[in-house]
Design a protein around this ligand. Structure first.
Ligand SMILES: Nc1ncnc2c1ncn2[C@@H]1O[C@H](COP(=O)(O)OP(=O)(O)O)[C@@H](O)[C@H]1O
Ligand SMILES: [Mg+2]
Length: 254
């Protein structure tokens, strides 16, 4: 589905991603792991069009998408969630979901004026989809709460809900488990697996919780210092001495 070829990203003198190549196969939940600073988030940002690679190719279903803006990739069905949630704090939970779908006719004043019935019908449809997402996530009781008042874990759920408002095909999750309590983490895990099974999303997820990675991901790609160190099944990857070295050598506590 997605192939990254010799991707490079340089920030001034720092080479955050170097000659990175890997594939995400359709229908998988692919894990992207590695110590802090390995270049995982930077790689995501290039795939979703928030960063233009210094060089390299990103091929999505046969088309080189490197450097295309995020909104175009969104239309192609590539969506992401953030390591630190990006909710609109002054809007309610329901509103946060309802603003996600692109091209809502109500945004265009002329259409709004000429085709009120159509606008109203579309809004009903979007609202219904938002209500369904809230139900799926078991946060319907929070629908009228300001998103800024949610707990860290609830914000992560809302991020997941935002992906459900789109016709997503490839969903990139950046640390869905970060700052989430263990009970909620299990719930998030089940939701990812249900979205994968029922909606056919292909997932790529960055995560430090190795239990979450083990139970969801196959294959797992290990990044270290901007390069792919190894990839394969989690049970093999976790025994790889090079992987252990990368984590321990980096002095990180994951
Ligand atoms: N916008 C940026 N400007 C400068 N350096 C950055 C920027 N984004 C990330 N970096 C650096 O690039 C490296 C990789 O970061 P990142 O992709 O966030 O790693 P990871 O997500 O694997 O922890 C780090 O050294 C980080 O400090
Ligand atoms: Mg990161």
């Amino acid at each position: 589905m997605l192939r990254v070829e010799n991707l490079n990203m340089r920030f001034g003198g720092l080479q955050a991603v170097r000659d990175c190549s890997f594939e995400i196969e359709a229908g998988t939940i692919t894990g992207l792991i590695g110590p802090n600073g390995a270049g995982k988030t930077t790689t995501f940002n290039m795939i979703v069009g928030e960063l233009k690679p210094t060089s390299g190719r990103i091929v999505f279903e046969g088309e080189d998408i490197a450097g295309l803006p995020a909104y175009k990739l969104f239309h192609k069905g590539i969506v992401r969630t953030f390591q630190i949630p990006h909710e609109f704090g002054q809007m309610t939970v329901l509103e946060n979901l309802m603003v996600v779908p692109p091209d809502q006719p109500g945004e265009r004043l002329f259409v709004n004026w000429i085709a009120r019935a159509k606008v109203a019908a579309r809004e009903r449809q979007v609202r219904q989809r938002a209500e369904e997402a809230l139900e799926f996530l078991s946060i319907s009781h929070l629908r009228d709460e300001l998103a800024g008042n949610l707990s860290g874990g609830q914000k992560k759920l809302l991020e997941l809900g935002r992906t459900m408002m789109t016709d997503a095909r490839l969903v990139l999750l950046d640390e869905p488990g970060a700052g989430v309590n263990p009970t909620l983490l299990l719930k998030i895990r089940d939701m990812i697996s249900e979205l994968h099974r029922e909606r056919g999303y292909t997932f790529c997820l960055i995560e430090h919780d190795m239990d979450l990675i083990s139970s969801l991901c196959d294959p797992v790609i290990v990044l270290a210092e901007g390069c792919v160190l190894t990839q394969g099944k989690m049970e093999d990857v976790r025994r790889d001495p090079e992987v252990l070295d990368a984590y321990l050598g980096g002095g990180e506590d994951e």
